[in-house]
Design a binder for this molecule. Sequence first.
Ligand code: ISE
Length: 336
Amino acid sequence: MTLGIGVIGTGMIGRDHARRIEKTLTGGRIVAVNDVVPGAAADAIKELGLGATDHISPEDLIAAPEVDAVLVTSSAPTHEALVLQAIAAGKPVFCEKPLATSVAGAQRIVGAELAAGRRLVQVGFMRRFDSGYRALKRVVESELGAPLMVHAAHRNVAAGPGFSNEMAIYETAIHEIDVLRWLLNEEYVSAQIILPCMTSNAKKGDMDPQIVLLETASGVRIDIEVFANCVYGYDIQCEVVGELGLARLPEPEAVPMRKAGQFSRPILQDWKERFIRAYDIELQYFIDTVRRGEAGGPSSWDGYVASVVADACVEAQKQPGKVVDIAIRQRPALYS
Ligand code: ISE
C-alpha cells in the first residue's frame, strides 16, 4: 500500500520534503497539507502539482483517515504539540529537528511513546544517513583505535532570518550534537562555550562565531566551531583524532578546475544541497519502515538527549568559559 502522508508546514524544508516524496522517493504520496500562513498550503499544492487536500488545521490533518503518517516541518516551537497529537492518534510521525525546544517538551514526547508502548517518531537528524558520515563511522570504529579528540566546524554563509544565539545551538549545532554522539557511540558529560573575536558580519549581540566544547563520558574532547556568517560558503567539517591516526569527513563531490593559473573547487552555498542525498535516504527509510509496520532511525530518545545537551550549551552561553554538567537519564528499554 502507498503511504498517505500529511505535511504540516510548507516552508522551505516542508516543500523540499514534499517534492522528494512525490518526485524522487517511492512508496509514499502527499495526501494532505496544512500551513499556519493563509494560502501557503494551497500555494505548495499548486507549485508541486500535489493531489492533496488543504486542511484548515493540523488537528484536522492528523485526524484525516487518508493520512497514514505525518510529516512535521513547521517552525521549531510547534513541533512538540504536533508530535504529541500524532502519537495520540497512533500515527507514525517524522519530525524535523529539533524534536522540541525544551527538555521538558522532549520528555513529554518520550513519555507519550512509552505510554503507547511503541515507537512512532523518527527525528530528522539526516546526517546519520549521509554516506560521508557513515564511511567516517566505519573508519572510526575499525581503524583509529580509541578516539581522543574531534574537531568540527558548522559554517553557514549568512545567518537566517530571526537568528539568535539560542538558534545557533538548537537549530544549527544540534546536528553536530546528534551526529557526534552517534559517531562515537557515547554520551556527553559537559558543555562549555568559548567566544573568539566576533565577526563584524553578524548583527549586534550575536555570538558569532562561537566554539562549543563538549566532553564525552570516556573523556573525548570535542570542539565545534559554529559560524553563522562565515560568508564564503556552507562548510561542514569533522576530523576525528584517535590513538592510531585521524580521519576526516569527505568533502562533498565537486569538480576540481585548473584555469588561469588557479586550482579551484567550488564550495556549496545552500545548506539544503549539502545533505540532499541524506534527506532522500532518511525519508525513504521512514516510508519503508512505516510500511513494514516498524519504526527506526533517530528516535525521540535521541531528540531528548539532543535537547538536554542543547540546553546545557545555551546555559553555557550565559557565562562563556563556564563548564556546565550534562546529566542524561537512563535510556528506557524501548530505545535500546
Ligand atoms: C538549518 O535548519 C539546518 O538544518 C542546516 O543544516 C543548518 O546549517 C542551518 O544553520 C539551520 O538553520
